[in-house]
Design a protein around this ligand. Sequence first.
Ligand SMILES: Cc1cc2nc3c(=O)[nH]c(=O)nc-3n(C[C@H](O)[C@H](O)[C@H](O)COP(=O)(O)OP(=O)(O)OC[C@H]3O[C@@H](n4cnc5c(N)ncnc54)[C@H](O)[C@@H]3O)c2cc1C
Ligand SMILES: *[C@@H]1O[C@H](CO)[C@@H](O)[C@H](O)[C@H]1NC(C)=O
Ligand SMILES: *[C@@H]1O[C@H](CO)[C@@H](O)[C@H](O)[C@H]1NC(C)=O
Ligand SMILES: *[C@@H]1O[C@H](CO)[C@@H](O)[C@H](O)[C@H]1NC(C)=O
Ligand SMILES: *[C@@H]1O[C@H](CO)[C@@H](O)[C@H](O)[C@H]1NC(C)=O
Length: 625
Amino acid sequence: MYIPIVFIISQLLLLSVNCCEELSESKLDYLEELVNSNFEKSRTYKQPIDNSEFFKNGGSFDTIHDYGTYDFIVVGAGSAGSIVASRLSEVEKWKILLLEAGNYDDDLTDIPYIYRVLQLSARNWGYFTVPQKNGLFGFKNHQSPYIMGKVLGGTGTVNGIAYLRGNRGDYDKWASLGNPGWSFDDILPYFKKMENFQSNNIDLKYRGFGGPLNVAYKEPKEDLSRLKSLTTNLGIKYIEDYNAKDQIGFSRSQKNIQCGKRVSGATAYVRPSMQRHNFNVTLKSLVTKIIIDKSTKTAKGVEFVRNGKKYRAFAKKEVVISGGAINSPQILMLSGIGPEDELKKHSIPVVKVSPVGKYLKDHYSFKVYYRSNETIPLKSFRELLKEYIQGRGMLTNLDNTLTYTFINTKNKSSSVPNLEFVLLGTTPVPNVIPQLSNYIEKIDQFNSKINEQTDYAIEVYILHPKSVGTIKLKSNDPKDFPLIDTAIFEAPEDLQLLYESTEILSEFEKTDFAKALNFTRLDFEFCNQHERDSKPYWYCAIQHLADPTYHMSSTVKMGPQQDPFAVVDNKLRVYGVKNLRVADCSVMPSTISGHNNAPAFLIGEKAADLIKADHGIPVETGICC
Ligand SMILES: Cc1cc2nc3c(=O)[nH]c(=O)nc-3n(C[C@H](O)[C@H](O)[C@H](O)COP(=O)(O)OP(=O)(O)OC[C@H]3O[C@@H](n4cnc5c(N)ncnc54)[C@H](O)[C@@H]3O)c2cc1C
Ligand SMILES: *[C@@H]1O[C@H](CO)[C@@H](O)[C@H](O)[C@H]1NC(C)=O
Ligand SMILES: *[C@@H]1O[C@H](CO)[C@@H](O)[C@H](O)[C@H]1NC(C)=O
Ligand SMILES: *[C@@H]1O[C@H](CO)[C@@H](O)[C@H](O)[C@H]1NC(C)=O
Ligand SMILES: *[C@@H]1O[C@H](CO)[C@@H](O)[C@H](O)[C@H]1NC(C)=O
């Protein structure tokens, strides 16, 4: 077998570089205090109900301050925007402005396990869905939180750091929908370029090393033969690397993690490049509008508010919107790009009629819990933090994700899954982390029965739901949050498919793994008016518990001009407005069989090369366009 010499050298470097920190009492004291004080703050944290924080302190907005002229302005330092901006800043002669609504990521956001506490802090925008008709029955007013990061690194700084590219077939579908350049073979070089996959068993045809973004298997690793007993009698095969050739099967989870710490667009891209003289990263700034020349329909810059003052910045070449799948459509509509009725309703002058916000996609998921007859001993937070500093232990992990299983229940010969099952193990972490929730009382009662020391869970995701939601404006005031309608189970097939997934769950319950642990499924007693395990029982449970997974996408859909939902072309250029692109999950033409952070990174990498190529900067041969 031929192994490139660079690969061997990089692996040697990996082994020899001890990137983890020295353990010291003062470091430990500092982290313990940081964690405790943030838990305390979160317990009394009040979610914002709008964007008024940006408009405070100021007097009149009559004065508009000049923030200068740049070659490119990138709006939003999330998973995609972080990459777009820092890759563009590689071109020394270009001046780049990156505007982000949130503040810096920090030592707290670095700790993977405690990510839920970030939702009860200013790092979360504070969105909720509008009331739902066909689901979210377990949530007050049928509204679930809709978490999105407001911080350097965006949602990638508050997420579960699971790294899943999705399936070859997903990207081939993007291309077949009329988006040349986005087939799996076209985009694979970008996945390879961004990755540094830490593994001693790496298929170089598919995986990358030496890139900015660290990917590693979860630690501590479970005993593989025990995990394999999970699917004996099920005929599901073990896959070493679900991000390589095959995805169908079960495998261990890969994370964006380095020495136990979170890896994000902020840590891997923006922070290492923000010292460049041509790269201005301005935080705590809410972009309210794209400045567009009405006569030539050309983007000229943006308006934003920061600490109660209004600013204007200009872009000589292009404006790139990377505000994520909720805010990018909001910014476009506030700027006059959107559905005609929507703009008229809010008295926004029309620049370009466009189906912005009309095609919101997400994944939906629900969890079942199994009581085992093993009890994992608790550890103190200090003990856990000690391990974390050394790059190991449960805090380097999330919810103790043991395995991912991908299956296609409709077509056994398909290589593209329709369902994902995530097995979550017991955890030694004390149950003291404050969590944002909006459950009705009987669901809170159910949740209070769950014991993390003894209970396993399986979370089921529907990967390609048929339901289509929307993003609309509440008003023409950028102070207002947009209206998010996830439209869960609007398509009855989605609910039916999740119901059918319980057949697979009952198969899992018969495996050696489940037997060895004496698994007993916790009763959803809030559905006990129905016969246990009957179809009405499961429908009831799923309609109460299933919620969107914050994998929002497709609200600024990429597609050919004749696609009734397309807002941008295959180079991410907004139809009908010059010098304006969108680069984030909102451009995804269809859902992927995974989670959305990896495609967000991919879109960022690809967008940067598309822009460079259009402005005469040579990009790596064979990669771009
Ligand atoms: C709790 C949670 C857990 C998740 N877990 C996983 C996981 O384990 N694996 C996975 O693959 N995916 C996960 N996801 C999803 C994934 O993180 C997102 O799909 C991905 O980060 C989206 O990237 P993006 O670039 O499209 O948008 P974002 O990362 O959301 O970036 C948008 C950025 O723009 C900024 N912004 C928006 N509007 C403005 C404005 N008007 N002015 C200035 N700045 C603005 C925002 O503050 C934000 O920083 C999770 C999401 C959540 C919420
Ligand atoms: C960014 O530009 C603004 C406006 O010119 C300036 O005030 C600010 O100091 C710059 N910030 C950085 C980090 O260069
Ligand atoms: C099942 O998948 C195979 C392989 O992708 C495909 O050829 C076949 O048409 C699919 N069958 C159905 C019923 O969709
Ligand atoms: C298995 O679980 C059941 C409850 O569901 C319990 O009655 C039984 O004692 C358990 N058996 C063992 C060996 O732990
Ligand atoms: C758990 O239950 C299984 C099956 O009933 C049994 O074989 C096993 O010994 C039990 N383990 C413990 C720790 O009680």
